[in-house]
Design a protein around this ligand. Structure first.
Ligand code: HAM
Length: 420
């Protein structure tokens, strides 16, 4: 071990487990890539103000969890705690919304940073795959995104997840509700900090997990009863489209998200095998965010799914993904001449698109065979001096155990045809 360890709240992804993370990212992005979403990549850090204004000055993410830094040039930056504000900033900066084809549909995958209290499923560095559909108000877009996330999770074999759905209203009806909620909350027996929250962000109080608070919230007014006609109709349409697609969901009147930009549709994917950190993904509509960061009105919707928690969900359901072995062929060369020849064969195999690895270093036959076994390769090629004298190598099928000599110059074609 070196003197150094990964920082608190972070962990390293190492083979073979790291292959599962790659497969999860692939599975989440696959339905997006076939639904018109283009790949976007933004910097790992942004102007701190982008998140303060976008995610919200009163959110935990902005007040407590951002990694901020001042550059030598005096710029105030923050490691990105989430992707939506950055992606919208990038779309606006490149004028993607002016190219004429709205919505602008984008997907992304990357690392995010939040200075949170670490626990299982909650890290300071984590990974998301996300999608944003920018510039169009259409309940079919909200439904599309939820359906694609559902499809992604199902393609991984996940079953024990639920979709929680709510509407947070818009700038017409939410303020009326907010006031009613504040009136109710002020009558409760709450601690100082929570009372302060009533003024700044009363909806977040509904999200309080403490039993003594939850008990008092039973009769809290519900946003559902305050939705304006337009929001109600919009929400009904999203629900109808989900139902028509056969995607099950639960109406959750109390679903409030930890980011301030949401309007109307909000949803969360929760997994029942994960304990406290049960949200594997979440998202919603953010019709006002563009204006909040200085852009034109661009009603938008999106989600981000947590890769780390999705991997934990797979473990909780006992799902082992059928991943191909990293290499198909492992070549073991005994002696200088064999090394040179088999190294050439390995190069040719790779060129032919067959994943192959080679017995590097001086380890002797036993050591090299151990590596070959460990690699999970379907075939091994072994060649020593006696084989070379006959112009062959021994090709072993590791599944059947069968071994036969194959002419050196026929190896690539022979393996290719055996693989079909
Ligand atoms: P979020 O709910 O903050 O939403 O994060 C989405 C997902 O990222 C969570 O459901 C969770 O799986 C994962 N996640 C968040 N924090 C952590 C953490 N500390 N450790 C491990 N996993 C974590 C957003 O980030 C929004 N930008 C989603 C969105 C996109 N809304 C509209 N568009």
């Amino acid at each position: 071990m070196s003197t150094f360890q990964a920082p608190k709240g972070t962990y390293d992804l190492l083979p073979p487990a790291s292959a599962v993370y790659l497969a999860v990212r692939d599975a989440i992005s696959a339905p997006l890539r076939t639904s018109g979403y283009g790949y976007v990549e933004t910097p790992g850090f942004e102007d701190v103000e982008l998140f303060a204004r976008g995610v919200g000055e009163s959110t935990d993410i902005v007040t407590k969890e951002m990694y901020t830094l001042t550059t030598k040039g005096g710029s105030e930056l923050a490691l990105r705690p989430e992707g939506t504000a950055s992606v919208l900033r990038a779309a606006l900066e490149a004028n993607l919304h002016k190219a004429g084809n709205l919505p602008v549909k984008l997907w992304y995958s990357g690392s995010y940073y939040r200075y949170e209290r670490p626990q299982k499923g909650r890290y300071r560095h984590f990974s998301q795959v996300g999608a944003e559909a920018i510039g169009t108000e259409d309940p079919a877009l909200d439904a599309e995104l939820i359906i694609l996330a559902d499809q992604a999770y199902r393609s991984l074999g996940l079953r024990d997840f639920r979709i929680l759905l709510n509407s947070l209203g818009d700038k017409e009806c939410r303020p009326v509700y907010r006031e009613a909620l504040q009136g109710f909350l002020r009558g409760l027996d709450l601690d100082e900090e929570t009372r302060r929250r009533i003024d700044i962000n009363p909806l977040r109080v509904l999200d309080d997990k403490r039993a003594e608070v939850r008990k008092q919230l039973v009769d809290a007014p519900l946003l559902r009863d305050y939705l304006c006609d337009a929001c109600r109709a919009y929400h009904e349409e999203v629900r109808a489209l989900l139902a028509a697609a056969g995607v099950g969901y639960e109406d959750d009147d109390r679903l409030v998200r930890g980011l301030d930009y949401y309007t109307r549709t909000t949803f969360e994917f929760v997994h029942d095998g994960l304990g406290a950190q049960s949200a594997v993904g979440g998202g919603g509509r953010y019709d006002g965010l563009s204006e909040m960061i200085g852009g034109p009105a661009l009603p938008s919707v999106g989600w981000a799914l947590g890769v780390d928690r999705t991997v934990l969900a797979l473990e909780a359901e006992g799902i082992t993904l059928a991943l191909p072995a990293p290499v198909t062929v492992y070549a073991v060369a005994l002696g200088e001449e064999a090394r040179r020849l088999l190294f050439g064969v390995v190069t040719a195999l790779r060129k032919a698109g067959i994943a192959a690895d080679f017995s590097y270093g001086e380890r002797g036959l036993k050591g090299h065979m151990k590596n070959a076994n460990r690699s999970g390769a379907r075939f091994t090629i072994v060649a020593g001096e006696r084989d070379l004298a006959e112009g062959v190598a021994q090709l072993k099928d590791m599944e059947s155990g069968e071994q036969s000599p194959v002419a050196l110059d026929a190896l690539v074609t022979e393996i290719g045809s055996r693989l079909g």
